[in-house]
Design a protein around this ligand. Structure first.
Ligand SMILES: NC(=O)c1ccc[n+]([C@@H]2O[C@H](COP(=O)([O-])OP(=O)(O)OC[C@H]3O[C@@H](n4cnc5c(N)ncnc54)[C@H](OP(=O)(O)O)[C@@H]3O)[C@@H](O)[C@H]2O)c1
Length: 252
């Protein structure tokens, strides 16, 4: 990897879906991007190649962010010349929507624990690195489900993402004096491989009930993340930015 004076951004789960779009968006805005992936090396390499073909800089870094030791190593390997300017905690914890009577404690526990594990160590280490360099940006990818009306089978996911939103507020409070802005992006339904199982009719109905008339593409979320990572959001911290085309406004 060649190093330049570009600012550095780490995107967890940066190889597919929302993370891949975010890696591309940040690279296009001048960041050198560490593209984290878990198991699919090919997808990560593809994102890196695409960024390089567009004149940007990126490198792939394998790590399971649910494992504190690997998360710590990931941050270390993504820091270039002792600097990390932006951390995007995008990789969540997989889940299968399950109604409560059939949801085991083990599955509930695993979802909530993994979701928080995927941000905890990275946040701690990022605060140390960013604090020492005089500032930085952290953006967490949550979900509109956390604050929306409860839907069947989503208790574990909603609880995990609500805990993430609350964690982010505490981090924002502690990190402000270090010059670090901490925000959350909360997407509604986004068309990625993870959501591809949802029937076409469901997506159609959702679009019809969305003021902006469609469901989100990963790039819609990526642009909101990049906005929070950039200068225009210099005085924004502790915020949850919902990216759902207005789907939630009818409920509030
Ligand atoms: N899609 C939606 O409708 C939607 C809505 C609201 C919120 N979100 C949130 O948005 C985030 C991204 O979702 P997505 O739909 O873009 O997911 P996705 O398309 O399934 O992509 C998941 C990404 O995360 C990586 N990953 C998975 N487990 C990992 C682990 N343990 N350690 C490191 N990387 C890991 C994957 O890498 P490999 O391919 O190598 O495994 C891949 O790059 C999640 O936090 C999700 O909860 C999604």
């Amino acid at each position: 990897m060649k190093t330049t004076s570009k600012p550095t951004a780490l995107v967890t789960g940066g190889s597919r879906g929302i993370g891949a779009a975010t890696s591309r968006e940040l690279a296009a805005r001048g960041y050198r991007v560490a593209v984290n992936y878990f198991s699919n090396r090919e997808a990560a390499d593809q994102v890196v190649k695409q960024i390089e073909a567009d004149g940007g800089e990126a490198f792939a870094v394998q790590a399971d962010v649910h494992d504190p030791r690997q998360a710590a190593e990931l941050l270390e390997r993504s820091t270039v010349d002792g600097r990390l300017d932006v951390l995007v905690c995008n990789a969540g914890a997989r889940f299968t929507p399950t109604p409560l009577p059939r949801l085991s404690w083990e599955d509930f526990h695993a979802k909530v624990t993994n979701e928080l594990a995927s941000v905890y160590t990275l946040t701690q280490q990022a605060l140390a690195v960013m604090g020492a360099q005089g500032g930085g940006r952290i953006v967490y990818v949550s979900s509109a489900v956390a604050d929306g009306p409860p839907t069947a089978g989503m208790a574990a996911h909603g609880t995990a993402k609500a805990a993430l939103n609350t964690f982010a507020r505490f981090v924002a409070h502690e990190a402000g004096s270090l010059g670090i802005n901490v925000n959350v992006v909360a997407p509604g339904f986004v068309r990625t491989e993870a959501s591809a199982g949802q029937p076409q009719e469901f997506q159609q109905r959702l679009a019809e009930h969305t003021p902006l008339g469609r469901v989100a593409e990963p790039e819609d979320v990526a642009r909101a993340i990049a906005m929070l990572a950039g200068e225009d959001a210099g005085f924004v911290t502790g915020a949850v930015v919902t990216v759902d085309g207005g789907h939630g406004v009818g409920r509030r």
